[in-house]
Design a protein around this ligand. Structure first.
Ligand code: ATP
Length: 270
């Protein structure tokens, strides 16, 4: 499972996801589907993780017929059609799991998901042996969102400002998971709000993605060169990392968009 090598600066996410996924896959009789909720600001690696999990579990990776991606604004754009979406979503999940119990469903942009649809998904996530004759216990559900990103960024900032090491940020010791949870619940615009997802404790882990630093952007640029079969050029990688925006204004500690535009920018710098 190649998380540490290809996911930069995310020691928390790497550890939690690796343990959760391997533990789940090794369990012959899981009591519920695996449900992971990935949180963090843009370009920090949430979609990348979904791809890496898919690559490690399914032949064909994210193109496998066992992997299903839903993007809130793309698949469910009109709130007036929520009843139709609800019926389609139920049918899609049920149909696929009944054919193949080991299916993975990725929901991107959960912060823009209609709460009715969030609730719809919920009934598949619990400890029921079967729902209408189908068992969902072998399935994996991943939720991706920017919700909680500000809380995570603030905690990371305070931590580094205090002179501590990034790698010493722990999931529980700083109350990070609880803070994300509270933030989600209080965010009235997010798809999690009013939804029973949080209340019913069906999410196994809320996984924080930390804001990326200059050195991580350099690593992303070098990785991109490797993908393109180019010789590693640290000067160009450094230049790309220097030219993108950082926050906060005073210390410029974190990349505003993580590694998001690195790929596109690389072409420009070559
Ligand atoms: N931590 C990371 N390590 C390595 N590469 C990364 C990391 N974060 C982002 N990238 C790279 O940057 C690009 C954007 O990342 P990705 O799509 O995973 O971000 P995201 O967190 O899902 O963003 P958004 O919230 O905007 O959807 C991808 O090409 C990805 O490979």
């Amino acid at each position: 499972f190649d998380l540490r090598n290809s996911l930069y600066g995310q020691h928390l996410a790497s550890e939690v996801i690796l343990k959760a996924v391997t533990g789940f896959m090794e369990d012959n009789n899981p009591s519920k589907p695996l449900v992971l909720s990935l949180h963090g600001s843009s370009g920090t690696g949430k979609n990348l993780v979904a791809k890496i999990i898919a690559k490690n579990l399914f032949e064909g990776g994210d193109l496998s017929t066992q992997v299903h991606l839903f993007i809130a604004t793309h698949h469910f754009p009109h709130s007036a059609k929520v009843d139709t979406y609800k019926a389609q979503l139920q049918q899609w999940i049920r149909g696929n799991v009944s054919v193949c119990p080991r299916s993975m469903f990725i929901f991107d942009e959960m912060d823009k998901m209609n709460p009715v649809l969030t609730d719809t998904i919920k009934c598949f996530l619990d400890h029921y042996t079967q729902v209408d004759g189908v068992s969902y216990r072998q399935a994996i559900f991943l939720f991706l969102s920017n919700d909680g990103g500000r809380v995570i960024n603030r905690m990371a900032l305070d931590f580094l400002k205090a002179g501590k090491e990034r790698e010493d940020i722990k999931l529980n010791s700083q109350g990070l998971e609880t803070a994300i949870n509270n933030d989600l619940f209080n965010n009235k615009n997010g798809g999690f709000w009013r939804s029973s997802l949080i209340d019913s404790n069906v999410v196994d882990f809320f996984v924080p993605f930390l804001p990326l630093e200059h050195k991580h952007v350099v690593m992303c640029a070098l990785a991109e060169m490797h993908t393109l079969k180019l010789a590693p050029d640290t000067a160009i990688a450094g230049k790309i990392a220097n030219d993108i925006p950082y926050f906060p204004q005073e210390t410029k500690m974190f990349s505003v968009k993580g590694c998001k535009s690195v790929k596109q920018r690389l072409k420009y710098y070559l």
